[in-house]
Design a protein. Structure first.
Length: 261
C-alpha cells in the first residue's frame, strides 16, 4: 500500500450520533476500491501532528464515490477533535483504502456471526450490507443505551445487542448475548477491543468455527513501513523474518488462528 497517494477528500456531511461519536461522509476516490474491513488514514491540519489518524470504513457508496467513517473523539487537541469540527465542503487530506478487508465471500451459504464492540462496531455495517450468507446474525456490544447504528443494522440482518449496564438487550458483552439467545454459527467475523477478540477467538477454537478478526492497534505510518503496529503470529513474516505481522499492512483482518492475542 506504499503506493497510495495523499488525496484532498471533501466532507459531504457530518453529524454527532452519540456522546463523543461522530459520523462523517466524505467524497473520495478511495470509495471505488474500498472493501469492508479496510480503513483510511486522515490527516489533521495541525503541523505539530505529523502522523495521520487511522479510521475504519463504516459504509461504502461507489456510485457517488463516498465513504462513511464513524469515529470517537478521543480528547481535546487531538486529531479526532479537529475532524469533529469539519463542515460540509471542507477538504481533508486522506490516504486509502488501506489494509486488507474481510473475506466476506467465504460466508456464502453459511450461518454467520458478525460481531462488533465499541468503536469496532462501525466496520461491521458495510460487512453486513455486502455479505450474502444463509443466516446473518449481527451481535454488537455497547457501553450503554447509546446504540449508534442500531437502525442500520436492523435493516441488514438479525440484530442482538449487549450493553455493559444492561440498559438495552443482554447485560454484559457480546459473548453473553450469544449464550443468552442460544445462537450458533458456522463462521465468525469480528472487530473490537482485544479482550473481546480474545474471547471470540477462544470460543471459535473450542467450537471449531472459522473466525476472522480485525485487530485494533495504535498505528503510525499506516502503510507497513515503520513496524509500529505488529502482532505476534505463529509463522515468520517474510518482511521482518520474525514471528509477527504488521496490522496496518498485513491486516487489520486476520484469520484468528494466525495471530496470538
Amino acid at each position: 500500500m506504499a503506493d497510495k497517494k495523499k488525496e484532498q477528500a471533501m466532507v459531504v456531511s457530518q453529524e454527532q450520533i452519540a456522546d463523543g461519536i461522530f459520523s462523517m461522509w466524505i467524497h473520495t476516490e478511495a470509495a471505488q476500491s474500498a472493501r469492508p474491513g479496510q480503513f483510511i488514514s486522515m490527516y489533521t491540519k495541525d503541523a505539530t501532528k505529523l502522523l495521520p489518524r487511522p479510521i475504519s470504513i463504516c459504509e461504502i457508496n461507489k456510485e457517488d464515490s463516498r465513504l462513511r467513517v464513524v469515529y470517537r473523539v478521543t480528547g481535546e487537541n487531538t486529531g479526532t477533535e479537529e475532524f469533529s469540527k469539519l463542515k460540509t465542503g471542507d477538504a481533508i487530506p486522506t490516504i486509502g483504502p488501506l489494509g486488507n478487508g474481510f473475506p466476506f465471500e467465504a460466508a456464502e451459504g453459511k450461518k454467520v456471526f458478525l460481531m462488533g464492540g465499541g468503536i469496532g462496531v462501525p466496520p461491521i455495517l458495510e460487512l453486513a450490507k455486502q455479505m450474502k450468507c444463509d443466516k446473518k446474525q449481527i451481535v454488537v456490544g455497547y457501553r450503554d443505551a447509546q446504540t449508534f447504528l442500531k437502525e442500520e443494522f436492523e435493516q441488514n440482518g438479525e440484530l442482538y445487542i449487549s450493553t455493559e449496564n444492561g440498559s438495552v438487550g443482554t447485560t454484559g458483552n457480546v459473548m453473553d448475548a450469544i449464550r443468552e439467545n442460544g445462537l450458533e454459527a458456522d463462521m465468525i467475523y469480528a472487530c473490537g477491543p482485544t479482550p473481546m477478540l480474545r474471547a471470540i477467538k477462544q470460543y471459535a477454537e473450542e467450537h471449531k468455527i472459522v473466525c476472522y478478526i480485525s485487530l485494533e492497534e495504535r498505528m503510525a505510518c499506516g502503510i507497513g513501513a515503520c513496524l509500529g503496529c505488529v502482532c505476534k503470529t505463529k509463522k515468520k513474516d517474510a518482511h521482518s523474518n520474525v514471528c509477527n505481522k504488521r496490522i496496518c499492512k498485513d491486516g487489520p483482518v486476520f484469520l484468528a488462528t494466525e495471530v496470538e492475542i
